[in-house]
Design a protein. Sequence first.
Length: 120
Amino acid sequence: MTSNTDTDKAILMAAFAKMDAVALAIALGSIWAFLLLVATAALILKGAPEGHVVGQHLGLIGIYLPGYEVSWSGALIGAGYTWLIGAALGFVLALLWNLTHYLYVTAIVVRSAWWRMMAD
């Protein structure tokens, strides 16, 4: 009876594979940093009409990210901040994903064992 439970659990664990928290953190951090860097670079290269501020709306991100402004140095500072934010979010997201799947698989295995016990 134990081998059936172990087989069932192995199948469920393969179906609900764990997410690599570090890999997701690096991926999300890199994507967010790249997007802010590209958005800032596009505004700098496009420029603004005479008498207008370049990227006044995107520049408001500087309220939340100290040191960020629509400039080349600001783009690098903002990319660093958004990498950290994206990495933290990705890490937490992967941990929550893994936790919910672990609890779900555990509930299925316990329920299956209980039904087998009741059937015998």
